[in-house]
Design a protein around this ligand. Structure first.
Ligand code: AMP
Ligand code: ZN
Length: 137
């Protein structure tokens, strides 16, 4: 996609603070980090979100996640890490090119990824689980 900033960064047309690159992904430091060391993994081919990601690419990109996470943890000395990715504006996605966030977390930091919790009526969870399960091939 010619007007996609993450395509340009992933493919090296725009310089970035790169921490890892292979033929499928480029991992860079986020320009507006939640914490120092916050990185984002960009897929090199343009895929808007997880719903457009093919199985083969998914396998290749997720295989890189543990070693990137371990390196960030070692260098930042973080106590924990959130690894997450947003799909669609309703989920907070602002750049519509698939990316995975690595957010180093420290005891008592101010990063907020909490949500208010809900619940299910009797039988509702089982019914919903079955509906979703039936869609997974
Ligand atoms: P999301 O809200 O999940 O779509 O995340 C987009 C992320 O990309 C945000 O954390 C931004 O700070 C980050 N971002 C946007 N533009 C750049 C850029 N040019 N270089 C590095 N990170 C960027
Ligand atoms: Zn793109």
């Amino acid at each position: 996609m010619s007007d996609c900033i993450f395509c340009k960064i992933a493919n090296g047309e725009i310089p970035s603070a790169t921490i890892f690159e292979n033929e499928d992904v480029r991992v860079i430091l986020d320009i507006a980090p939640a914490a120092k060391g916050h990185a984002i993994m960009l897929v090199k081919k343009h895929v808007a979100n997880i719903f457009e990601l093919d199985k083969e690419t998914a396998g290749k990109i997720f295989a890189v996640v543990p070693k990137v996470a371990a390196a960030i943890k070692e260098v930042t000395g973080c106590d924990g890490m959130n690894i997450l990715q947003n799909n669609g504006p309703a989920a907070g996605q602002t750049v519509f090119h698939l990316h995975i966030h690595f957010i180093p977390r420290f005891e008592n930091d101010t990063v907020n990824v909490k949500w208010a919790t809900g619940g299910y009526a009797d039988g509702e969870a089982a019914e919903l689980a079955k509906k979703i399960a039936d869609k997974i091939k």
